[in-house]
Design a protein around this ligand. Structure first.
Ligand SMILES: C[S@@+](CC[C@H](N)C(=O)[O-])C[C@H]1O[C@@H](n2cnc3c(N)ncnc32)[C@H](O)[C@@H]1O
Length: 239
């Protein structure tokens, strides 16, 4: 892992970038069944060495990650659209994991694997230049100043993303919180392995091609936050 950090990492020797809730309402019966029947075959277990992506996704050389997929609407959609790509979904909240399992089951997706703990723990185990895309959509905003250090975007997490993305790979970050958009751009500018080249000022308010709002985006709209930032960063070759 990179040394530079403004992040409360390495708590008790463990990388840490998750500060939210792990469970909420009880899962309903069908979700509970999927947890027991489906999750064991799909769940990624970390060992001592780096993660073997060839073993995880036999025959698939394109790979992508979504961090904090929530209810999994975006992940299930893009996985369905790109069956030749292997997708790693990272989410800790049990209700969200259950929803993704339902979508995987309904759509018979065979190219998604799930990690049910802090995404940073998985990122540090990924080989260099091993992913074609990364998605961080509406991450927890942590609006209070004293909680900013809990935001997923940090020098450390961006350093890890820069390391694991292939040259030319994309990293998409979306938020409805202007302060988090500014925070992310400030961090990206300090990470030389990412390029931000919007076609025009303000182009970042246009959703990505084929975009459909996530559950959190719909909530933001209902609460009157009408404008989002849809950033796309390109990973550059390692120098
Ligand atoms: C605000 S929600 C957004 C969910 C979804 N992306 C959407 O747009 O609807 C953020 C999600 O990220 C998850 N999360 C936060 N930090 C995480 C981490 N370090 N690793 C994995 N998941 C994380 C939370 O559990 C939560 O479900």
């Amino acid at each position: 892992m990179t040394e530079k950090s403004n992040h409360p990492l390495n708590v008790n020797g463990e990388p840490r970038a998750f500060f939210g809730r792990r469970s909420g309402k009880r899962l309903h019966k069908g979700q509970d069944r999927l947890f027991h029947e489906k999750l064991p075959a799909l769940e990624i277990a970390l060992g001592d060495g780096s993660l073997d992506l060839d073993a995880l996704f036999p025959g698939r050389t394109r790979r992508a990650i979504e961090i904090g997929y929530g209810g999994g609407e975006h992940l299930a959609r893009v996985a369905g659209e790109a069956p030749e790509t292997g997708f790693i979904g990272c989410e800790v909240f049990s209700g969200g994991i259950a929803k993704l399992l339902e979508a995987i089951d309904d759509r018979q997706l065979d190219n998604v694997r799930v990690f049910t703990d802090d995404a940073l723990k998985l990122l540090v185990k990924l080989p260099d230049a091993s992913l074609d895309a990364a998605f961080l959509l509406y991450p927890d905003p942590w609006p209070k100043l004293r909680h900013h250090k809990r935001r997923f975007v940090s020098a450390t997490t961006l350093g890890e993303l820069a390391r694991v993305l292939k040259p030319g790979a994309i990293f998409r970050f979306a938020t409805d919180i202007e302060d988090y958009a500014d925070w992310t751009l400030a961090h990206i500018l300090r990470e030389p392995k990412f390029r931000f080249a919007p076609v025009a000022p303000g182009a970042w308010h246009q959703p990505y091609p084929g975009w459909q709002p996530t559950r959190y985006e719909e909530k933001a709209r209902r609460e009157g936050r009408m404008l989002s930032f849809y950033f796309e960063f390109e990973s550059l070759a390692q120098s």
